[in-house]
Structures are given as C-alpha cells and as structure tokens.
Design a protein around this ligand. Structure first.
Ligand code: GMT
Length: 379
C-alpha cells in the first residue's frame, strides 16, 4: 500500500504522531510519502520506503499572503498522480483535510481519486478550528473525509459537541515506541542536578494553553520543601513568561534549566523524577505518555484527554485546571515519599506499555484496509 501523509513538520504533537506512524509503516514495508512544508523533525529519510515532498510556495508581489493551501493541494495532486498513491492521511484538519479535499476534486477529473483519512489532534477542533474564519471549512472538510479518527475519547466528544459531524469518528489513541526507551545509560544526571536533588521536567511548545507560568509556580512551591531542579524543554511564545518569572525570582535562577529543543529528549526524561503538565486543554497529552514511557510519573491538570493517559493515584496525580496548590502538594507528596515515587515510576511504565506502538499500529493498518475497501465498493 502507498500512503500519503500530510502533516506539520514541527515539534508539535500532531507532526510527531504522523512522523512516527509513517516511519513504523515504512518499516513494515509500506511506501510512505510525506507532504509538508519542511522535512518533519524526526523523519528518518534514509529508509528506502520513505519519500519526502516539500510544498513550495511561489511568492508573487501581488500576494499580500502567500497561498500555501493552493500549493499544498497542487503538491498532493501531483504526488498521488505520479507515485500512484492508494490513500491520503491528513494529520490536523487545518489546512491538511481541507487541501486534501481540493486535491481529491482535481484527481476526480483524471479518474485518480483516492480515499482520505483525517486524524483530529486537538487544537484543530478545540481552539483554532473554532474561529469563525475557519470553522465552516473545518467542519466541511472533516465531513468530506472518508474516515475520521480522533486521538482520544475526549476529543471525539468535543468534536461531536462543537461541529455537526455526519460520520462515525473512530478513536485511535496516540502511541509510543517503548523499545526506544530501554537502553539509555543513565549517566548524565549529575549534569542536571546534584545527587540529593529531584528533577522536575516540563516539555512543550510553550504556548499559552500549556500554562507554563503554573509550571514555574508549582516548582517554586515544591522547591521550598524538596531540594530540586526544574528542566524546561521546548521553545515558544511563553519563553517570555519564563524570563519574567526568573527576573522576579532571581534566587531560582540556577535552579531552572532551559534547554530549548533537544535531540535526546527520551534520555533526559529518563533522568527525571516528575513531569509537570498543567495544560488548559490537551486532547491526549503525548508529552505525558513520552514521560511515562521513560518511567516518569506525571502531575497534571485533568483537561481533555489527559485522564485517559494519566491515572489518578496510579501513574501520577491530577487536579482541576488552574489548581496550582493541589498540583504543588501532589508533587511534594510524591517527591517526599521514595516508596510512592518508586511505585509510581513502575506504574507509569506499565501504563505506557498499554499504549505501545505494537498495539496501535495494527489498528491503523486495519483502518486503512477498511477505508480502501469501502471507497472502492462505492466507486
Ligand atoms: O498543542 C500541542 O502540543 C500541539 C498539538 C498539535 O496538534 O501539534 O498537540 C495536540 O496533538 C497532540 C498529538 O495528538 C496531543 O497529544 C496534544 O494533546 C494536542 N494538544 C492539545 O490538545 C492542546
């Protein structure tokens, strides 16, 4: 089967899921074509079953805004035609499902139409997709997809509440490849913290929805009770929030380590004691699952799909969005009790194994087969 994957190339969750899925399919022998504005961050282009097609936007002085969606549709059309793709898989409704719909209309003209799978990831439904500038186009292109999947039950419920969706939504949860976590040598811990200090970690794209100010407040509270360091990985608009916090709390300057984007994320997660995720919204919380795969318990809000991943009192603790006090107290409780911490590390890993790639990949494969069967039966 030849599969076209349309995704963001950046470090955001949807791009990571799309890339990991595509690479796993390629490892199983599928031919996978990535179509994106740049090479996806984690893509292993050395794999002979993987192809990358960069969307080129032609600039022209007349355009105030460059028409990316047209360039994307044209590229989808060309790749499907040239490489005889069997199926398209759009990750994130905007602009991928929309551009794929346009490409399909063009492909119909040359009798080369293929089915479209759209995977909803979160903010395409709950945040940006709700804006009046996009809402109708998002709803339309979701309804035009042959198969719709969502990464959690919570996102499915949100989608059905916020849009008029005429088709079944299949939940296929995000996944993690646990084999990538087993062999790291845990030797660089001393580079992050002293032996008597605990390591708290937060990983995100530092957008307002992640509530990084609360990560800092939690750490401030925890640090008063437990010797500790805070590691923050990622880049984004709220880096300013961090800088301001450090200006106002200079005593924490050498306790907070800002690492930007890193290549060896999994290794750093394995060195950490607790992962903080106080997000306002989170359709799934892939970052929390990555932490758990590294045997790191999670203190989080109970937003969206997080409770489907982080289990209260088992893999960590959850509190209402904005309840910094509860999240601080949970973190202090966890880090002050070695027995509890050790047990939760084990539980976190066990939970991550339930979401292992080995369990989820066959569901995607079956979904592709079903979609193709229905599409060709209707043709
Ligand atoms: O907000 C992000 O972290 C990026 C965003 C994306 O689409 O790139 O993430 C969303 O998709 C991830 C992968 O499915 C989910 O794990 C995240 O929970 C979701 N983010 C939100 O819903 C805020």
């Amino acid at each position: 089967m030849k599969i076209g994957i349309l995704c963001y190339p950046t470090y955001g969750g949807s791009g990571i899921v799309a890339t990991e899925l595509g690479m796993s399919l390629a490892n199983k022998g599928y031919e996978v074509h990535f179509i994106s504005s740049a090479m996806p961050a984690r893509l292993d282009i050395a794999n002979p079953n993987i192809f990358f097609h960069k969307v080129n936007v032609q600039t022209y002085p007349l355009f105030q805004y460059q028409p990316y969606d047209i360039a994307l549709s044209s590229m989808i059309y060309r790749v499907v035609n040239l490489y005889k793709l069997d199926i398209l898989h759009a990750h994130y409704a905007i602009p991928y499902a929309y551009a794929a719909f346009t490409a399909k209309q063009m492909l119909k003209e040359v009798n080369a139409d293929v089915p479209l799978v759209t995977t909803l990831h979160g903010t395409d439904i709950t945040l940006v997709g709700q804006h009046p500038s996009y809402k109708h186009a998002v709803e339309f292109s979701i309804n035009q997809s042959d198969t719709i999947t969502s990464v959690s039950e919570s996102l499915k419920v949100d989608t059905l509440q916020k849009f008029h969706i005429k088709k079944e939504i299949q939940v296929i949860t995000n996944f993690i490849d646990n084999s990538e976590f087993s062999n790291h040598e845990v030797c660089a811990r001393k580079q992050l913290a002293n032996p008597d200090e605990k390591i708290l970690i937060h990983v995100s794209n530092l957008r307002p929805v992640k509530r990084v100010s609360e990560v800092l407040e939690i750490f401030k509270n925890v640090h008063k009770k437990v010797k500790s360091k805070l590691v923050i990985i990622g880049e984004g608009p709220d880096m300013e929030v961090i800088n301001e916090f450090l200006e106002e709390n200079p005593e924490l300057m050498d306790k907070v380590r800002l690492m930007g984007k890193v290549n060896d994320l999994y290794k750093i997660l394995e060195l950490s004691d607790v992962f903080l995720l106080p997000s306002e919204q989170e359709s799934f919380g892939l970052a929390a699952l990555e932490a758990m795969a590294a045997s790191t318990p999670v203190i989080s809000s109970n937003a969206g799909g997080i409770p489907e991943v982080n289990i209260q009192g088992v893999t960590g603790f959850l509190a209402e969005v904005g309840n910094v006090e509860a999240m601080s107290n949970y973190t202090i409780k966890l880090l002050s009790d070695e027995k509890l911490l050790a047990q939760m590390k084990i539980n976190a890993k066990e939970q991550a194994i339930k979401f292992d790639l080995k369990n989820i990949l066959p569901i995607y494969e079956e979904m592709y087969e079903e979609t193709l069967k229905k599409f060709h039966a209707m043709a």
